[in-house]
Design a protein around this ligand. Structure first.
Ligand SMILES: [Fe+2]
Ligand SMILES: [Fe+2]
Length: 352
């Protein structure tokens, strides 16, 4: 007997966006399967050279994960735990994680040295700064592009990290809950950070509907969100999820302030800037809660997770570095950072 046969009626799949357009054989199979159309046998996921940028792999993974968030209006919600979908997802995840592990390696590190390592990573400017470019030189179309790219994460901001809460205990759990409560506006819906980001999109003339721009978002951007979902949905990666959230909070204040400055320079009003200004204030505190209570609390109770904590932070640095390289590279070449073939004219049409 299936679980759904226990329900009086099959749940109607009404919420969420519709599936995007496929980008290759993996998404072609996945979308046909999810729609209940003839799809043939599930494709094997072969090793992919650059899994972090692969359009087909990252979109397939993103859509597998979306079944655990808001789903798609044209997909039966019961497919969230479908064995075929989970088997495909597993293959995609192996490719993605393997690429990250090969790029960074997993450091051997003691729990005592972990906080210092995270601080060093937070203070390491590394490559070029996207926020510095945006503050100094971005035009309003580039800011709109950036919002479209970031919408894949920001419209469900905090949700992937919330998966950590049932996997932690004691001080680490309490600290995570304190951070996440702020991310959800302290229980006030209009103040949820995802809602504030929707306000910014509206102020910029964009469509804040969840999933509205998925077809414009390249794999290198989807990878930044997929990384958190991957860590969040696997208890095995709880240390990496904590490391990711810690570095996230520790590297937020400066960039968020610069984005707020950019919007002010471009004449965007307070409602559009509030998302960024709220982060400047909140993350001033969150960075300390994250490092001194969440990470410290976790490693006191589970010291064997130190290397995973550092891996999670390193993986964040890696995917964000690639994202920045992509956006600045396109802009410096006078091109759009949106998915190849999609221009801002397409964005205007969508938001009209
Ligand atoms: Fe936030
Ligand atoms: Fe925060």
């Amino acid at each position: 007997m299936s679980i759904t046969s226990l329900a009086p009626e099959r749940a109607a799949p009404v919420a969420g966006p519709s599936l995007p357009h496929p980008r290759g054989h993996l998404t072609r199979w996945l979308f046909a399967y999810l729609r209940g159309e003839p799809s043939g046998p599930r494709p094997a996921v072969a090793a992919i050279g650059d899994a972090g940028r692969d359009e087909d792999l990252q979109l397939a993974l993103y859509c597998c994960y979306e079944l655990h968030y808001r789903g798609f209006c044209d997909v039966d919600p019961d497919l969230e735990w479908d064995p075929e979908v989970l088997a495909l997802r597993r293959g995609l995840e192996y490719c993605f994680v393997d690429a990250l592990l090969r790029l960074r390696g997993v450091a051997t590190i003691t729990p005592e040295a972990t906080e210092a390592r995270l601080l060093a990573m937070a203070n390491d400017g590394g490559g070029p700064s996207l926020s510095e470019f945006v503050r100094a030189a971005a035009d309003v179309e580039q800011v709109r592009e950036l919002c479209i790219l970031r919408s894949a994460y920001q419209l469900k901001e905090a949700d992937p990290h919330t998966w950590a809460i049932p996997r932690l205990h004691g001080e680490a759990k309490a600290a995570t809950v304190e951070i996440q409560a702020d991310e959800y506006g302290g229980g006030h819906a209009p103040s949820m950070h995802g809602a504030l980001f929707a306000d910014t999109m509206r102020e910029l003339g964009l469509d804040p509907t969840y999933g509205a721009y998925l077809d414009l978002i390249p794999g290198v951007t989807l990878a930044t969100t997929n990384l958190i979902s991957l860590f969040g949905l696997h208890r095995r990666w709880r240390g990496a999820l904590v490391g990711h959230l810690a570095l996230f909070e520790m590297t937020s204040v400066g960039p968020m302030g610069r984005y707020a400055d950019a919007l002010a320079r471009l004449g965007v009003g307070p409602a559009g800037r509030r998302f960024y200004e709220v982060h400047v204030e909140a993350d001033q505190e969150h960075q300390h809660i994250a490092l001194e209570r969440m990470v410290r609390g976790l490693l006191r109770s589970e010291p064997q997770l130190a290397a995973d904590v550092v891996f999670g932070a390193a993986a964040l640095t890696e995917v964000e570095g690639r994202f920045t390289e992509h956006v600045l590279g396109r802009w410096r070449a006078g091109r759009s950072s949106l998915l190849a073939g999609q221009r801002l004219e397409g964005v205007r049409a969508l938001s009209a």
